[in-house]
Design a protein around this ligand. Structure first.
Ligand SMILES: CC(=O)SCCNC(=O)CCNC(=O)[C@H](O)C(C)(C)COP(=O)(O)OP(=O)(O)OC[C@H]1O[C@@H](n2cnc3c(N)ncnc32)[C@H](O)[C@@H]1OP(=O)(O)O
Ligand SMILES: N[C@@H](CCO)C(=O)O
Length: 374
């Protein structure tokens, strides 16, 4: 384990066999930990991040300086109580905050991988996390938890490593990407690849960055993380810093200015090629397809206990997707609880202070901890 100024990483030469059949080596996993691993090594919690998340779930981000993206949930006395549990949050394979991904150096060429990096899957991300846990000497997890793509990783963990997952909390997620999910990601990828500064993915070698394309990709995706009600409540048709319409193409409206801001601030902390790879991994995710089209078969024989959470205004991963997961778990007599939380803040509500999510997770984890003898 190494800590540079702001990253903890672990590297291994052992090749990681990817879903594509390619052996990826060496592999570096960047991660953050919070709390203390108990002597019995039974209190480990894996926090899986979403599409543009990273390992800084409860630590200040080294680029944006913002608080951790899940400080509402992780910390002393919070549902993921760092006085009780040992939290591990890895940056996913394909990411850009220190874990092996398209921005890292290809050992065969000594240059950044770019889009010569192998296409990775959610299962590959989880395989890399299992390797990290092995390195940390953690035989199994008290809990695997995450929202959105993090929830996909949780489901993959429960399916591929069920005997290593005591409790699982997939939040605001789905067992497969829908046509609409894929469609939105495709628009984002095309925006990046249409940017003249993308250079076929070799922008680092050209000393450029497709920031305009990446910003447009983010603007599009960001709309899907919110809700129409919340957007209208926040911005309506209000004008931004002006008394009258410009009859031009400035950001007349507040909502335009807001989305431009979200796009511009995003490109400082994220890599365009990583965006291509991670959205692709989400698009390829389909647990049922991996099990003969029967989602229940992905969890056959599971002894993991599940808490599935969705949000009423999430139109990216609507509640019907969580119901499908619950139905599949019920079909194999799994221990599962489910709650749909009333909010108008859309998909990204799982990132915000949602009291009912806080209470639900605290109750679920408390009960699981008692059953686990923690
Ligand atoms: C699980 C994970 O892995 S997390 C993934 C990584 N993190 C993220 O996705 C963070 C970005 N996303 C988010 O923050 C969540 O999607 C959100 C949108 C739910 C956050 O919601 P809120 O906390 O209500 O923040 P909000 O959406 O209002 O955005 C506030 C920002 O917009 C800016 N803003 C608001 N109105 C305007 C406007 N009219 N013009 C320009 N900027 C504006 C604010 O100044 C603020 O800027 P800052 O955050 O850079 O300081
Ligand atoms: N807004 C979060 C969740 C998206 O699913 C992200 O950017 O990763």
């Amino acid at each position: 384990m190494e800590r540079s100024s702001d990253k903890v990483t672990f590297s291994v030469e052992t090749p990681l066999k990817l879903s594509s059949g390619i052996d990826l080596a060496p592999v570096t996993m960047a991660y953050e930990t919070y709390g203390t691993l108990n002597a019995e090594r039974t209190n480990a919690v894996l926090v899986c991040h979403a599409l543009t998340g990273d390992q800084y779930a409860a630590s200040r981000h080294p680029i944006t300086g913002k608080p951790g993206w899940w400080e509402t949930i992780i910390g002393p006395g919070k549902p993921l109580d760092t006085d009780r549990y040992f939290i591990i949050c890895p940056n996913v394979i394909g990411g850009c905050m220190g874990t092996t991904g398209p921005r890292e150096t290809d050992p065969a060429t000594g240059k950044p991988w770019g889009i010569r990096f192998p296409v990775i899957t959610i299962a590959d991300m989880v395989r890399g996390q299992a390797m990290l846990l092995d390195h940390l000497g953690i035989p199994d997890l008290f809990c695997a938890i995450g929202g959105s793509m993090g929830g996909m990783q949780v489901l993959q963990w429960a399916s591929d490593y069920g005997d290593r997952v005591f409790a699982a909390a997939p939040i605001a997620t789905a067992a497969r990407h829908s046509a609409q999910n894929i469609a939105f990601h495709e628009v984002g990828r095309q925006a990046i690849m249409a940017d003249p500064d993308w250079h076929g993915g070799e922008y680092l070698a050209h000393g450029t960055s497709p920031q305009k394309g990446l910003a447009v990709a983010r603007m599009t995706a960001h709309i899907t993380y919110l809700s129409e009600v919340a957007l209208h409540r926040k911005f309506g048709r209000n004008l931004q810093d002006r008394e009258a319409l410009s009859f031009g193409f400035d950001a007349d409206f507040q909502v335009e200015s807001y989305l431009r801001h979200q796009g511009i601030t995003f490109v400082d902390r994220f890599d365009a090629n990583s965006y291509l790879y991670i959205t692709r991994a989400m698009d390829y995710f389909d647990l049922a397809a991996d099990h003969g089209g029967v989602l229940a078969d992905a969890f056959k024989g599971t002894e993991t206990r599940f808490c599935v959470i969705s949000f009423t205004s999430d139109w990216l991963f609507p509640t019907v997707e969580s119901r499908r997961i619950v139905q599949a778990l019920n079909a194999v007599a799994a221990d599962v609880s489910f709650v749909e939380i009333e909010t108008d803040r859309g998909h990204d509500a799982f990132l915000l202070d949602e009291p009912e999510m806080f209470r639900t997770l605290r109750g679920f984890l408390q009960s699981a901890a008692e059953a686990r003898g923690l």
